[in-house]
Design a binder for this molecule. Structure first.
Ligand SMILES: *[C@@H]1O[C@H](CO)[C@@H](O)[C@H](O)[C@H]1NC(C)=O
Ligand SMILES: *[C@@H]1O[C@H](CO)[C@@H](O)[C@H](O)[C@H]1NC(C)=O
Length: 413
């Protein structure tokens, strides 16, 4: 057949298909405005029930399947179980109200213009829960009121299938009893176990921090907060847990406990706060805020058109790089001048691969002491390793690190 007749036929088919689709949207809009009152009153209808009722009302004949293949309206015009932002500003999943209730979710506003029955369903869980839902929030009992302590509070997170590879846990709020003066979490401890990658035990003040952990196949990961009832402290936590698909662009590279995706921002050691610790260490002097026994990577996603990354102390905070030696013995205004950059950093230090300062390459990639000179690295991936040993006996009143990073565009040739 001549090519022009052929393309006319294709055009006709496309036109018929498209007008069927437009009609579909129109009839769906009618259907949703004409829902009998019972639908809007009875909140226990399931998605399948609503599906059946809607399609019989439209006079559509289909096999009863939720997603008939031949009619694109179902996948586009009809709401799908997408992510949504609830009116409580938490992340949820868009679904029929009855299904949300069945799943013990909280309806936080509507999420579809197609039907008023679709709500943004938020999963909030506390001690003893288990979940396979994405974006499950885990918080202390009585949250946002504090928890006085005593016992262990856990959640078990099982991936729904093997297409999920990582869990990201955001500590939206995390305030536990502080470490000892030697940086040990012996009063309260957050542990995350069961994954294929290691997560260090943390405690103290960690709101705003996050971690990534790899799933070990479809084995569950347990997030557990152990607290000592004998220590008076207002504990509080609220975590957001996110499952990340194995092919997702947001997957953290191997070896990254933390993964930052902004072009500029800050990174901080766990329990970093500018104020001194009130605890004494094992030799009886003012202790550290740094947590002991750390060894992890903080990665920063390289933005496109970027060639290097620069790290510097957060200037407004004199204690923003206090890793080894005695903070207590130095005038705070002079702290940043006590930088040490050497392979001799062997107790508590950070590693910045292939570092340069003022355009000059440095002979070592380890940084410790009481200050950090602004340092740039072109080594990819962008990563800072944080290392601390098991005690703080030679370091008085250290805080850890709190650094700004900014990615630098490639030079125009
Ligand atoms: C609501 O729907 C449920 C499930 O179909 C049914 O058992 C119940 O009787 C209905 N309630 C009302 C008030 O229609
Ligand atoms: C889980 O939710 C996050 C948003 O919080 C989203 O980026 C991610 O893709 C979701 N994971 C899956 C497996 O759908």
């Amino acid at each position: 057949m001549p090519a022009s007749t052929h393309s006319k036929r294709i055009l006709a088919i496309v036109l018929i298909y498209f007008s069927t689709y437009v009609l579909g949207i129109y009839s769906a809009a009618r259907a949703s405005t004409q829902l009998p009152l019972a639908y809007t009153r009875n909140e226990s209808h399931t998605l399948d029930q609503l599906d059946r009722e809607l399609s019989s009302e439209r006079g559509l004949r289909h096999s009863g399947s939720r997603n008939p293949r031949w009619f694109p309206f179902y996948t586009i015009g009809r709401f799908s179980n997408d992510l949504c932002l609830g009116n409580n500003l938490l992340m949820g999943t868009c679904m029929i109200n009855g299904e949300c209730k069945d799943n013990k979710g909280v309806a936080a506003g509507q999420c579809s213009s197609i039907t008023q029955q679709a709500v943004c369903c938020i999963y909030q869980r506390t001690c003893g829960a288990s979940t396979s839902y994405n974006n499950t929030y885990f918080y202390n009992s009585n949250y946002p009121a504090p928890y006085a302590g005593g016992g262990r509070c856990s959640i078990v997170i099982t991936p729904p299938d093997s297409t999920i590879c990582q869990l990201r846990v955001d500590f939206l709020a995390l305030s536990l009893a502080p470490p000892t003066g030697d940086g040990l979490c012996s009063t309260d401890a957050l542990t995350i176990s069961g994954g294929a990658s290691q997560v260090p035990t943390i405690c103290g003040e960690n709101s705003g921090q996050h971690i990534y952990v790899d799933f070990n196949g479809v084995s569950p990961i347990t997030i557990s907060v152990a607290t000592s009832g004998g220590y008076t402290f207002n504990r509080q936590w609220q975590f957001q847990t996110r499952m990340i698909g194995c092919t997702s662009a947001t997957l953290a590279p191997a070896g990254c406990l933390q993964f930052h995706t902004a072009t500029s921002g800050t990174i901080a050691s766990f329990n970093y706060v500018s104020a001194a610790s009130s605890a004494l260490n094992s030799i009886g002097v003012q202790g550290t805020r740094q947590l002991s026994n750390m060894r992890y990577g903080i990665c920063i996603r390289k933005a496109s058109g970027v060639c290097s990354i620069t790290y510097s102390q957060v200037g407004s905070d004199a204690y923003s790089f206090t890793m080894t030696n005695d903070v207590g013995a130095v005038d705070p205004t002079l702290l940043a001048t006590s930088a040490v950059q050497s392979q001799d950093c062997t107790t508590d230090y950070i590693v910045i691969p292939a570092p340069s300062q003022g355009g000059v390459m440095l002979p070592s990639d380890r940084f410790c002491g009481l200050g950090l000179v602004t340092t740039t690295s072109s080594a990819k991936p962008f990563v800072v390793y944080a290392v601390t040993d098991s005690n703080e006996e030679l370091d008085i009143s250290n805080r850890g690190f709190y650094l700004s990073y900014s990615q630098n565009s490639c030079p125009v040739l």
